[in-house]
Design a protein around this ligand. Sequence first.
Ligand SMILES: NC(=O)c1ccc[n+]([C@@H]2O[C@H](COP(=O)([O-])OP(=O)(O)OC[C@H]3O[C@@H](n4cnc5c(N)ncnc54)[C@H](OP(=O)(O)O)[C@@H]3O)[C@@H](O)[C@H]2O)c1
Length: 255
Amino acid sequence: MFSSNNRDYNYLVKFHNEVAIITGASSGIGLATARLLTRLGTKVVLAARSQEKLRQVSRGLSGSLVVPTDVTKERDVKDLVRRSKEHFGRIDILINNAGQGYDSSVEKIDLKTYRRLFELDVLGPLIAMKEVIPIMRSQKKGSIINISSGAAIMFLTGASPYTSLKWALITLSRAAREELANDHINVSLVYPYVTLTNFERNTIKAGVSRGEPAGWISQLPHPPDTAEYAAKKILEAIRRGKAEVFAHDWMQPIR
Ligand SMILES: NC(=O)c1ccc[n+]([C@@H]2O[C@H](COP(=O)([O-])OP(=O)(O)OC[C@H]3O[C@@H](n4cnc5c(N)ncnc54)[C@H](OP(=O)(O)O)[C@@H]3O)[C@@H](O)[C@H]2O)c1
């Protein structure tokens, strides 16, 4: 049974000299998280496809390691974990953050696109988890943070390709949390709200349009968040070991 209890993992994660893998570290929430964790003394592994961007980011982040990674490729994800472990000797934190949106009606979902996004939003995080779990178990500590989305827990027409994948990540994470509790491996979900990053621009849109982001975002009942705000929520998840961290309390579903 899934338990939403908060566990105090303060004794597990001290941040200073810890090692964190962050996927999607070249932009947005992943980049802001890499900067925040580095300020706390964590050594970060920067993973994404854009090698040049990662190298630029790395110059400003003391002790960081760049591992160009396409999360849709099983071998890349396995190499990411292997190289991180070889370089630092340990892995304390995994942040499965890389992701992309896909808006379409169910009828118009392009199967090839959906399969690719399944590999990015679900399978990649799963492979990364499978690779780090034995390492974290042998360390008797670890923190896995999976970035879902507030959209996944809402009913939204025209967004089901994305929300269904982020929902799959929720159920994998909840099960893993319970399965790994005795190994002192914490698994948490973070649910960002609309956040000002390249996400909306990168979202694949198949016949569904909310119009220009500046237009619909200005009409939201709550203003959008910054990437730095979302990064603080990720930090909260690592620090407090909470099962689920919502960007805002009002996002929490009534249980
Ligand atoms: N922004 C929002 O409103 C919002 C809301 C809820 C949830 N989220 C979630 O938050 C996470 C971060 O998104 P963001 O807002 O920071 O968006 P973003 O600015 O578009 O960043 C996405 C990151 O994912 C990486 N990425 C994309 N495809 C990849 C692949 N195949 N392999 C490796 N990395 C890949 C990108 O790097 P490269 O292109 O260099 O590979 C980039 O670093 C995502 O999981 C997203 O679903 C965002």
